[in-house]
Design a protein around this ligand. Structure first.
Ligand code: ADP
Ligand code: MG
Length: 241
């Protein structure tokens, strides 16, 4: 399809990184920033985001003593993702919303692939099955030494099953995200998460702005000529409340 007759579609942004790197904090700040500009914004998370997927999340993060095979972990995450994409993400994008998702497909590759050792190509195929090939427009990887992130988490949250993995495990996850960023330099932007929340939020806003400009331009192109406002007042109508 040409850009002219492509149906309006919002923007899909995922936030990724190791435990305590600031994904949830930055998702909230970015959501506020976008809503202030008038964008209809949906904030969601993985695993989870629908009642069924949240139940799967609880099973996954539960600290029960039974060992969980890497494949079991992968299938649970992927089952939750399929449901989340079908029920929440795809419909929101079709409505023209901006979707901010705290963890998505790259987490599966980093955790179950790079850290647990499952085959990356297989996980990529399973990701495509779970997402029906819906991919993020932009992925922000928040990079932070794992010990800093775990210390930040320890000060607030009760640690879940994955938080309690070894330092070595979390280091593999971090290296995995950085490798994914190298493999997908257009989609994935690495943001240093060492600075204050406000400074990190500014870096996030800088990374997102070009994407907003792009959807504004495409919204203007899709509109009949007579209906087109001057470029200065042009807004991404499909993404504006
Ligand atoms: N840039 C930052 N500097 C210091 N503390 C931070 C920063 N970003 C987040 N935090 C704090 O670190 C903890 C973990 O942040 P959170 O956003 O929950 O991380 P994640 O969702 O990636 O696990 C929270 O207590 C949060 O307030
Ligand atoms: Mg979080």
């Amino acid at each position: 399809m040409t850009p002219r007759n492509r149906p309006p579609r919002g923007l899909f942004i995922t936030l990724e990184g190791t435990e305590g790197c600031g994904k949830s904090t930055q998702a909230k700040l970015l959501g506020e920033h976008l809503r202030k500009q008038g964008y209809d914004t949906v904030e969601t998370r993985e695993p989870g985001g629908t009642p069924l997927a949240e139940k799967i999340r609880a099973v996954l993060l539960d600290r029960a003593d039974e060992p969980v095979a890497p494949e079991t972990e992968a299938f649970l995450v992927l089952a939750a993702r399929r449901q989340h994409v079908a029920q929440v993400i795809a419909p929101a994008l079709a409505r023209g919303s901006l979707v901010l998702c705290d963890r998505f497909t790259d987490s599966t590759l980093a955790y179950q692939g790079y850290a647990r050792g499952l085959d990356i190509a297989t996980l990529e195929r399973l990701n495509r099955l779970a997402t029906q090939s819906l991919a993020p427009d932009l992925t922000l990887v928040f990079d932070l030494p794992v010990s800093t992130g775990l210390a930040r988490r320890r000060s607030t949250a009760e640690l879940n099953r994955l938080d309690r993995e070894s330092l070595r495990f979390h280091q593999k996850v971090r290296a995995g995200f950085l490798d994914l960023a190298k493999r997908h330099p257009t989609r994935i932007k690495v943001v240093s998460a060492r600075a204050s929340k406000e400074t990190v939020a500014l870096a996030v806003a800088r990374a997102v702005t070009p994407m907003l400009d792009k959807i504004r331009r495409s919204a203007a192109r899709n509109r009949p000529a007579a209906d087109r406002p001057s470029p200065q007042t042009s807004q991404a109508r499909h993404a504006v409340r």
